[in-house]
Write a protein that binds this ligand. Structure first.
Ligand SMILES: NC(=O)c1ccc[n+]([C@@H]2O[C@H](COP(=O)([O-])OP(=O)(O)OC[C@H]3O[C@@H](n4cnc5c(N)ncnc54)[C@H](OP(=O)(O)O)[C@@H]3O)[C@@H](O)[C@H]2O)c1
Length: 331
């Protein structure tokens, strides 16, 4: 038997249940299933939506939510893995239409499964999770589009959230001058400067409708907020700059004009953690292992047990969670 949070039907919230894993996972894992003891999962904004029955994340029921798994292989039909291997899986449909990480056992397909990179413990891999992986994808997108530390200031929106916190730490580690935009300046200003932000600004004005072109302020930006915020960020990006859209905490709309593109050669690109190909996953995790200051990672991480996940889901959707939340399956 395994302990699992299960969402049994459309619109329902998750419930902590005992499941017979052989029966529950009978048709999962594809042609080369890999069985795991789950050591850790993590809580992301998307997990909050899934756990509370909000539309748009889970597409098959019943399902174990949880878009991150850090585990130890117990059996493998894939030649890439053997019993005892420590592995990490972010996205690839888990927690959406494949069973995910909020359970003590998992059966996954190997396509996006990675060996844990050297130097990263299971707890640290969970603290990084999808949010940290996405932050690194966004940093790589800035790098690949030619935004360097010498280009000018880089803005991070949704700064005190999971993607934002890791993005600040990674950018600061690479020598960028990072400006953190948050709705919690008073409460989280010191925290954000501790992660490496050079300046902290209030998100208020960015979230309101703005002019199509504004003063040029940013060489690049990582945005996990969307909507008016992303439109204003584009309008404030300097000539030739790049903005990476990764999220929709404010909204999935983009009420912008073409002006930043046709008058300032701004590039708008995206980061997607779910479908990222294996080679990009390997590149991002190798860079995370090499660059992320583990003391800084610790300072942004709270660890909870499976029984605390549903309460934490309410808090992450209410914008009350700071940084990253790791879920320890042994608690
Ligand atoms: N593309 C991908 O593959 C991918 C991967 C991971 C996450 N995401 C998306 O990225 C976003 C952030 O994810 P996360 O896990 O980092 O979530 P999170 O920890 O909840 O962080 C989101 C942050 O956004 C800000 N925020 C919340 N509501 C807002 C609003 N109404 N207006 C403006 N800002 C608001 C808050 O930051 P402050 O308190 O600092 O203002 C909050 O901490 C989500 O939309 C998520 O779905 C996408």
């Amino acid at each position: 038997m395994a302990k699992a949070i299960v969402v049994t039907e459309k619109g329902a919230s998750g419930r902590l249940l005992d499941i017979d894993e052989e029966e529950f996972f009978e048709n999962t894992g594809g042609e080369h299933p890999v069985d795991l003891d789950v050591l850790y999962s993590s809580l992301n904004f998307k997990d909050g939506l899934a756990l509370l029955g909000r539309p748009g994340v889970i597409r098959e029921w019943p399902l174990v939510p949880g878009i991150d798994i850090v585990g130890r292989v117990t059996a493998s039909a894939s030649p890439r893995f053997e019993a005892g291997d420590l592995v990490v899986l972010n996205g690839d449909g888990i927690g959406e239409h494949r069973n995910g990480g909020f359970a003590t056992k998992a059966r996954v397909r190997p396509d996006a499964l990675l060996h844990l990179p050297g130097g990263v413990s299971p707890a640290q891999a969970a603290a990084i999770g999808t949010a940290g992986f996405t932050a690194m994808l966004a940093v790589l997108a800035l790098q690949d589009n030619g935004v360097t530390p010498e280009s000018g200031e880089v803005l991070v929106t949704g700064a005190a959230g999971g993607v934002g916190s890791v993005a600040i730490a990674l950018l600061a580690g690479r020598g960028y001058s990072v400006v953190a935009s948050t709705g919690r300046v008073e409460e989280q200003g010191d925290y954000l400067r501790g992660l490496g932000a050079a300046r902290v600004v209030d998100r208020g004005a960015l979230g309101e409708p703005g002019r199509p072109l504004q003063s040029q302020a940013w060489a690049g930006a990582i945005d996990s907020v969307g909507s008016h915020t992303l439109a204003n960020v584009l309008a404030q990006t300097s000539y030739g700059g790049t903005v990476v859209a990764c999220g929709l905490a404010q909204g999935g709309d983009l009420p912008a004009t073409v002006m930043p593109f046709i008058l300032r050669s701004v590039t708008l690109t995206g980061a997607n953690s779910v479908e990222a190909p294996l080679a990009l996953r390997q590149r991002a995790w190798a860079d995370l292992a090499a660059e992320l200051d583990l003391a800084v990672l610790d300072s942004m991480t709270t660890t909870i047990g499976l029984h605390e996940v549903l309460d934490a889901a309410e808090r992450i959707l209410a914008g009350q969670v700071r940084g990253r939340t790791a879920v320890d399956l042994s608690l």
